[in-house]
Ligand binder design. Structure first.
Ligand SMILES: [Cu+2]
Length: 433
């Protein structure tokens, strides 16, 4: 495995030397001088959105390169109390042909707004967030939107409890509402059973809740770690390129067999949030609850529960949706500048994922819910749903890899490059180049 990794490195060194020359990737640096330090209290919503690098075209489908810095801050308005309201629309579409490699692999994906991952939703703590999810008419399955963070049960996007937002039928929509809290970085995803399928198909994304007071300003990026089980259909790869070889597993696919929580499925774009008695979740132990992965443990032998799932595997691993994207388009950084990366792991079927950077160290903020970093490291390990914030600086120019520290994942696509430019800083350079 390691040898293969090294070979891949050499292969991509060659690719890199040519792509660097022709690279059309320009990194959108922010002009941040005005807000170099956290100001005191008042920053207007408009000013804040500007330094957040909010996208101006919300209908855009960002490419995997653009995804890095594409922050969708929603359509902004104010409610009668002056509170900022941010509205988003996510359209779920099944059977989208998503290019996920440079070797022609097409994934039969289910998407929020046409991309995998879905758009990065960015709001500020205290905002009223409304996310309208439309399940397209031509879809075959119910879907939902489950966001992590704090909210009423009826806005949780799960079928238990019989909430309409737990399973939106094709042709219907539901508007999820919550006050954004607490600040941090979160995953969002569909929570309809079988959930592994709905996630692996591509229904997930990142949500950033910014603190009311801006974090120290630096150039920001989003990195979402994922993988693809290509065996849903026969359209998967016949063989992988030298840089990404794998053995197709020979389990056949039981495509999403539907739960159809008969009761649920209201349309309701209504905005009432205030009700919600204490009764909430306990009801309906019958139909829905049995689907929640407790049953298989009893049936299967220990150590091999959910035998069907244990055979599932990913053939391609990526950051931001496309294998080796940032080797083909290295991310240009400058020595001495500070960078912040919001990282979320949504990899299905593998227990852990990781992110490791070469040539520097980063401060890590688990879940992004604290102002002080937890530790300084060059690798962090994440299980599905785990996330955090990395902050780092490069002292020396050069080309540095960043990748999962599992060689299998790197071989199959989860590897990228920082192209660090500028003069050495802070230290005396021992050698040039
Ligand atoms: Cu779904």
């Amino acid at each position: 495995m390691f040898r293969q990794f090294r070979e891949n490195g050499y292969f991509f060194a060659l690719v890199l030397s040519s792509t660097l020359i022709f690279s059309s990737f320009t990194f959108p640096f922010l002009n941040l001088s005005v807000y170099a330090q956290s100001p005191t209290t008042h920053i207007s919503q408009q000013q804040y959105d500007k330094i957040k690098n909010c996208a101006t075209d919300l209908s855009k489908k960002p490419t995997p390169v653009e995804y890095l810095t594409y922050f969708n801050c929603g359509h902004v308005s104010k409610d009668p109390t002056g509170r900022t309201v941010r509205q988003f629309t996510l359209i779920v579409q099944e059977h989208q042909k998503i290019p996920i490699s440079y070797e022609g692999h097409i994934f039969d994906g289910w998407t929020y707004n046409g991309t995998i991952p879905g758009p990065t939703i960015r709001v500020t703590e205290g905002d009223l967030v409304r996310i309208r999810v439309i399940n397209s008419n031509e879809n075959e399955h119910p879907h939902s939107l489950h966001t992590h963070s704090i909210h009423f049960a009826k806005n949780d996007g799960v079928s238990m409890g019989g909430y309409p937002g737990g399973a939106i039928s094709p042709g219907r929509s539901f508007t999820y509402e919550f006050i954004a809290q607490p600040y941090g970085v979160y995953p969002y995803h569909c929570h309809v059973d079988p959930i592994a399928d709905h996630i692996n198909r591509g229904l997930y994304g990142m949500m950033i809740i910014d603190p009311r007071e801006p974090r120290p300003q630096m150039t920001e990026m989003a990195m979402l770690l994922n993988g693809y089980d290509m065996n849903y259909d026969q359209e998967g790869p016949t063989h992988m390129p030298p840089a990404a070889q794998f053995e197709p597993s020979q389990q056949e696919e039981k495509v999403a067999n539907e739960t159809e929580g008969a009761n649920s499925n209201e349309t309701e774009g209504a905005n009432s949030n205030e009700t919600e008695g204490a009764n909430s979740n306990e009801t309906s132990k019958d139909a829905n609850v049995t689907h929640v992965s407790a049953a298989p443990d009893k049936e299967k032998e220990a150590g091999d529960s959910e035998a069907g799932d244990s055979e599932r595997d990913n053939e391609i691993y990526t950051v931001n949706g496309k294998a080796f994207e940032y080797m083909m388009h290295p991310i240009v950084l400058q020595t001495g500048k500070q960078y912040r990366v919001y990282v979320v792991n949504m990899l299905e079927f593998d227990l852990v994922n990781s992110i490791h950077i070469h040539g520097s160290m980063f401060d890590y903020y688990t879940a992004g819910t604290d102002e002080t970093s937890d530790y300084n490291t060059d690798i962090v390990t994440l299980t599905q749903g785990d996330r955090g914030i990395m902050e780092f600086t490069y002292d020396y120019p050069g080309t540095y890899m960043f990748h999962a520290h599992q060689a299998e994942f790197t071989d199959l696509g989860w590897m990228g490059l920082f192209d660090v430019r500028g003069n050495p800083v802070n230290h005396i350079a021992h050698s040039s180049t």
